[in-house]
Design a protein around this ligand. Structure first.
Ligand SMILES: Nc1ncnc2c1ncn2[C@@H]1O[C@H](COP(=O)(O)OP(=O)(O)OP(=O)(O)O)[C@@H](O)[C@H]1O
Length: 228
């Protein structure tokens, strides 16, 4: 489903962010991407979203070589990948309902589909009762739930979560992890970049560790790091 084959990325200023990356991820996997600051996690995500192009190598998403995809087809790729961020990135002047609906409007869904799909997603993330609230009336955990509903409303095959618990207290972080686990159980592939050692160690899922742009560890039921 996702393949990085001999992928390298050198930025314009000469920084080598990724060196000869080879990763294969199957449909339905839950994968943590770990590594210290600057290891290349965000670059990996940007390549998948086609916000950046690799300097070398090929990247496949659902059997499509996205390094060859023309610009006009980029929206199609992005529709197949939902993304959530540490800072939620909700639209402040829109309600919870409108934030989620907006993701459907921009890809041209009908208002009938929107009226059907948005309440379903809000119910899945446990926020039906907050549909008409604005983001600044919600807790951090609730805002992250809205951003997860928005990321999934167009039914992507992959959910990318870039440090999704970074702004949350430990209890709220675990609520978000339970939600991500449930989403994964229902079939969505989840890729989560994180510094949250406790979460990674407790979940025992696949862990891909990056160091200076290289994969230094790729383990099923892995841990955040090994004590030395
Ligand atoms: N747009 C850019 N132009 C030049 N260099 C960049 C750019 N983006 C990232 N880099 C560099 O590439 C390397 C990898 O950065 P990246 O953001 O992928 O790391 P990261 O693992 O996501 O770090 P963090 O945990 O801090 O988010 C770093 O040396 C960084 O300075």
């Amino acid at each position: 489903m996702i393949d990085f084959i001999n992928v390298s990325k050198v930025y314009g200023n000469g920084v080598k962010a990724l060196s000869n990356i080879n990763i294969h991820i199957d449909k339905g996997e839950f994968v943590f991407i770990v590594g210290s600051s600057g290891a290349g996690k965000s670059t990996l995500i940007k390549l998948l979203l086609k916000e950046e192009d690799p300097t070398d190598g090929k990247i496949y998403l659902n059997d499509m070589d996205i390094t060859k995809v023309k610009n006009r087809r980029i929206p199609y790729i992005r529709r197949n990948i939902g993304v959530v961020f540490q800072d939620f990135r909700l639209l402040k002047n829109k309600t919870v309902y409108e934030n989620v609906a907006f993701a459907m409007e921009i890809i041209g869904s009908s208002s009938k589909e929107i009226r059907r799909q948005v309440p379903m997603m809000l119910s899945m993330v446990g926020l039906s009762n907050k549909a008409h609230s604005y983001p600044d009336q919600l807790s951090g955990g609730e805002q992250q739930r809205v951003s997860i509903a928005r990321a999934l409303v167009n039914r992507p095959t992959v959910l990318i979560a870039d440090e999704p618990t970074g702004n949350l207290d430990p209890d709220t972080a675990w609520e978000i992890m339970r939600l991500l686990k449930e989403i994964n159980r229902r079939g969505t592939t989840v890729l989560m970049a994180t510094h949250a050692r406790d979460i990674v160690n407790a979940m025992r899922r696949r862990v891909i560790a990056l160091e200076k742009g290289r994969v230094v560890r790729d383990e099923l039921k892995g841990v955040y790091d090994y004590e030395v």
